[in-house]
Design a protein around this ligand. Sequence first.
Ligand SMILES: [Zn+2]
Length: 247
Amino acid sequence: MAVETVNGIVVGCTDYRDNDRMLTLFTAERGRVDCKARNCRKATAPLLACAQPFVYGEYAVFLSGERGTVNAAEVKESFYALREDPDRFLAASMAARLTLSVIEPDAPNEPLFSLLYHTLSFLAYSPAEPMDLLAGFLIRFCDRIGYRPVLTQCAVCRRDVRRDAVLFFSAEAGGTVCVACPHGGKPVNRTALEAMRRMLLLSDAELNQIRMSEPLRRAVLESEHAVLEHALGPTDRGVQLLEQILG
Ligand SMILES: [Zn+2]
């Protein structure tokens, strides 16, 4: 097997032995690549800078079997500012952890790669509120894994509900549910539904335009949590992290 060069973001890393680290890269070329970075934890190690969470780099990986080995690597973006702000770090951790849950080997996913890359860039370098960026990431993540919620109709009877005063949100039903239809959802306000609809219309490069009040952000995050819990299960680490944020 030859050495292959991939461009990837570190979405997972686990230390093992004294100086080694197992990396999970989300790469543009191959999707998920799990690889060992040997001797990367010494202060003088050439691989040290490329074996950190959230780093985007070019990795020369010797691929053999399920786990490759990093031969050499070069940092393209360290997104270092993420490490200096707890809220930004938390939002980036959630985005990386959820991505880790859905990516697979030999399955490139350009739309999801673009979403993660732009989200980390804005979290590191833009003045936008990190939890607004996270909310924007989450609804678009739901869409890109095939769980886009129905927002302007009732998911059960398909009636247009944009003028309804009382609405519910049920991830199991597929999104918004009107008052006449059976469901197990929670009340949701129209503003939160409209905010999610608008966040889905943006391009990834416009994510930093999202501005929400604290109550609206919370309502949006609660609905997104319901969708992600339905999609990934209650034991998913990213879903549990979001629960902690919501308190
Ligand atoms: Zn209905």
